[in-house]
Ligand binder design. Structure first.
Ligand SMILES: [Zn+2]
Length: 76
């Protein structure tokens, strides 16, 4: 898989750039990360670094987005 820009986010799902596993979802409340007993929701404008939880992957995925006023991927 080729490396896309960090602002390349599918509408509702955030997937690992390497193994394509689901890392988080995005809905009206913001970015939702759920792994086992951990659940986190982030809204507003943010820049997040998520390391893939697959031991064989461990790819760093960088997200940069704005949830205020719609799901617009923010590019500087
Ligand atoms: Zn991965």
């Amino acid at each position: 898989m080729n490396a896309q820009g960090p602002n390349r986010i599918n509408a509702d799902e955030v997937r690992c750039k390497d193994c394509n596993i689901l890392l988080a979802t995005i809905d009206d409340s913001g970015l939702n990360i759920r792994r086992g007993e951990l659940q986190a929701t982030v809204d507003g404008t943010f820049h997040a670094s998520i390391v893939c939880y697959r031991p064989r992957c461990r790819r760093l995925n960088v997200l940069r987005m704005t949830t205020n006023g719609g799901m617009t991927n923010h590019t500087e």
